[in-house]
Design a protein around this ligand. Structure first.
Ligand code: CAO
Length: 575
């Protein structure tokens, strides 16, 4: 292995650049062309790719350092063979510029060569009609085709000179193709993903005729110049400060044709989803590979630039919160805007605990996936309550507390058996019903840490005493945080009783993949017409929510009617 020193490559005119991103750690494996670090001038952002595969050793500069061409910036360890084909080893007296240095030309101090470049650009604008111009890809400095990664205008748009038409991206740089004229876009002849080379058509424009004639004049002059200077014309990428206004050159001076200026600096800023995105080519590549919308990523780099770590962290965060990707939004659902409540008064932030996070995720999942319908009825529990109260002495003797909830669970089990549609789930692919032949009922328990749902198994094989004992035991465990996972699994249907708390009705959310849930509110004495007179009866408000994919209204009506009958005359429970 040989240590190979990477130096700042040709900066295309910029004297110094800033080191803005150091993404590797000593020992990291790097492949040929992997980005080692990112440099930025006032016009361009460029990745410095590795000239060979090897092991990253260390950086020789710090983030924020200002460096110039030839400055050593990093070291990698490469095999002897790779070292021979790449840059010089550290032993070498002369430090050579890396083989794959990005050539991002800046043009403020245009060389003679670069001055000649615009001449070839005369071909970039062709007057196809008296008032129409075809804007073409400028000289991009190589024969390599580059990809269109963004179309920044639409047909019919009026664009001003300098506005970006499309964004091109090679593996080394991102370039805007700005409009050379003000005018209306008549046609865009490229699509995202197209590979373009210098001189390819981009968009047809309608421009004012005066401008066209000026261009045409310039074109003619420039074309003439091309003929004269053909040998000196270079294919330098024109990240030029070359002034489009130079078309109004002084009399006698060779008029410069309007040049299309791929500005790498501004290319690093992508307009996406209405938001400005500031990121380099390597980061854009990673984002595209991972399917990350960069406008959603917050940049932690200098001036808000998005770094690789930002993209990685974004992905990690989404994966970690997969169950709750966002409080709102996703699947095309418009997100609720984030509000800074502190502007209205004093606030404090309280983190959700694990149960609360899970509840939030499950509720959102169930609410979004299940087409809910809720049906209401009241059960006359006058006799049930009289019977229950009559059990008081027996309860004390047995040490068991019997509440209406035990009768509800027993009645639900019987109603599930009589109405098997409620004892089903929909298969994950939506093609089959899963009919269950066991009767396990979940019971929502309100605890200081949040809502949990222990499950009472085989309720149809148990009597009121056993069910009551289990309710007390599971509710106590739930409140003490001692429920085991197995005690919260396997439910066929859920009971949510707010009877001890109050209210006269609510619409519970189905605990999917179950298909039904019963919401029970506080019983109240009500005057009920018995055919001859109003009689005081203890009425229990019931709300049955169901998954309308599995249960139709008739099924629900029958289930509810049967349940009400069982609760109104519990002798049926014995049958
Ligand atoms: N109407 C009137 N009174 C009722 C009643 C009803 N529907 N249901 C129960 N009660 C009474 C009980 O009889 C008991 O009174 P007595 O001691 O005088 O007999 C009192 O209310 C307290 O009952 P409890 O809460 O101790 O026990 P429970 O069996 O009624 O309920 C449990 C157990 C675990 C369901 C309940 O404690 C609980 O946590 N409920 C909340 C469930 C919940 O949060 N649901 C919402 C989920 S969706 O967000």
């Amino acid at each position: 292995m040989t240590i190979q020193t990477i130096v700042v490559p040709d900066l295309g005119g910029a004297e110094t650049v800033e080191v803005i991103e150091l993404g590797l750690n000593p020992g990291d494996q790097v492949e040929l062309e992997d980005s080692l670090l990112v440099l930025e001038s006032d016009k361009a952002t460029m990745d410095v790719p590795s000239p060979a595969s090897g092991v990253f050793s260390k950086y020789l500069v710090a983030e924020g350092a200002t460096v110039k061409v030839g400055d050593p910036i990093a070291e990698i360890e490469v095999s002897g063979e790779a070292a021979g084909s790449g840059a010089e080893s550290a032993d070498s007296e002369e430090v050579e510029q890396i083989a794959h240095a990005p050539v991002v030309e800046s043009s403020e101090d245009n060389s003679a060569e670069q001055q000649a470049a615009p001449q070839s650009e005369s071909e970039q604008i062709v007057a196809s009609q008296s008032s129409q111009l075809m804007v073409k890809v400028p000289d991009i400095g190589s024969d390599e085709k580059v990809e269109v990664i963004e179309i920044s205008v639409a047909v019919g748009d009026y664009v001003n000179e300098g506005d970006t038409l499309v964004v091109l991206e090679s593996d080394k740089a991102t370039m805007d193709v700005p409009s050379t004229h003000s005018g209306k876009v008549l046609k865009i002849v490229v699509a995202e993903g197209d590979k373009l080379a210098t001189g390819d058509d981009v968009a047809l424009f309608e421009v004012e005729s005066a401008e066209v004639s000026a261009d045409a004049a310039a074109e003619e002059t420039a074309a003439h110049s091309v003929a004269k200077t053909e040998s000196t014309s270079v294919a330098a990428p024109v990240v030029a400060e070359s002034n489009a206004n130079s078309i109004q050159a002084a009399p006698g001076q060779p008029a410069q044709p309007p040049s299309i200026k791929p500005s790498v600096a501004s290319a690093a800023t992508e307009k996406s989803a209405g938001a400005e995105v500031y990121a380099g080519p390597a980061v854009r590549l990673i984002a595209r590979e991972l399917g990350v919308e960069l406008s959603q990523v917050t940049g932690s780099g200098p001036r808000g630039r998005i770094l690789k770590d930002d993209v990685n962290n974004f992905v990690k965060q989404v994966m970690q919160n997969k169950a709750v990707p966002e409080v709102t939004g996703g699947s095309g659902i418009p997100p609720v805007p984030a509000v800074d409540f502190s502007q209205f008064g004093e606030i404090e932030e309280i983190a959700l605990n694990k149960i609360q996070k899970l509840t939030a995720a499950n509720m959102q999942r169930n609410w979004l996936n299940v087409p809910h319908v809720t049906q209401f009825d009241d059960a006359d529990i006058t006799e049930l309550e009289a019977f229950r109260k009559g059990l008081k002495a027996e309860c004390e003797k047995r040490g068991v507390k019997v509440t209406p909830v035990a009768f509800l669970i027993k009645a639900i089990g019987a109603a599930l058996q009589a109405n098997p549609e409620f004892n089903r789930s929909l298969s994950a692919d939506g093609q089959n019903f899963i009919q269950k032949h066991y009767y396990h009922v979940g019971m929502a328990v309100d605890t200081p840490r949040g809502l949990v749902v222990p499950v009472i198994k085989d309720v149809n094989e148990k009597g009121i005493w056993d069910i009551s004992a289990e309710i007390s035991e599971l509710a106590a465990k739930a409140r003490d945080g001692k429920l085991k996972p197995a005690e919260m699994q396997g439910g066929c249907f859920t009971l949510s009783s707010l009877g001890a708390i109050g209210g006269n009705g609510f619409t519970p959310i189905v605990n999917s993949p179950e298909v039904g849930i019963l919401g029970v509110s506080k019983s109240q004495m009500k005057p009920v017409w018995d055919g001859a007179e109003f009689a005081p009866r203890l009425m229990l408000p019931l709300a049955l929510s169901y998954d309308h994919r599995v249960i139709n209204g008739g099924d629900a009506g029958r289930f509810m009617t049967y349940l009400v009958k069982l609760l109104s005359d519990i002798r049926y429970l014995a049958l």
